[in-house]
Design a protein around this ligand. Sequence first.
Ligand code: RP5
Length: 169
Amino acid sequence: MAAAPRADHPAVAIVMGSQSDWTTLTHAAETLDRLGVSYDARIVSAHRTPDRLVAFAKGAKAEGFRVVIAGAGGAAHLPGMVAAMTPLPVFGVPVQSHTLSGLDSLLSIVQMPAGVPVGTLAIGRAGAINAALLAAAVLALGDEALSQRLDAWRAAQTDGVAEAPAAGA
Ligand code: RP5
């Protein structure tokens, strides 16, 4: 029988295909920080470290993670392969590639076959931030304090929008 997950284990796994993806995925981490959601960030490449991918994805739930954010660029197989090997919700972030501006990443992640879902976000920073917000929303279903922090985050965002554009801004 698998060991019980630690209660203090980070709730969200942020995995990425390369160190170069961290520039994008760091926005997910910063958003989770603001919301007080614990996470662990790891480099797990579907192509360069396939054994690490299998070990992570097969063990993620038993380890104690509850949501996975997976970001990759180009031939971005990481989110789909993680989703194939874990029952946890997986949110995919297409990283903006140099050659095709992330359209390759987006299409690689979004076109999953029926039966193996990846919740695919926008390319780049917006997608990373929204993946974190979705992860927090999932966790907030069972965490009233987090639900209130999310409400406060939205209210602050609304309050920060001016009614008219400032000259020269
Ligand atoms: C993908 O290849 C990674 O997710 C990354 O976005 C892309 C390029 O990787 P590097 O060559 O920068 O390591 O696997």
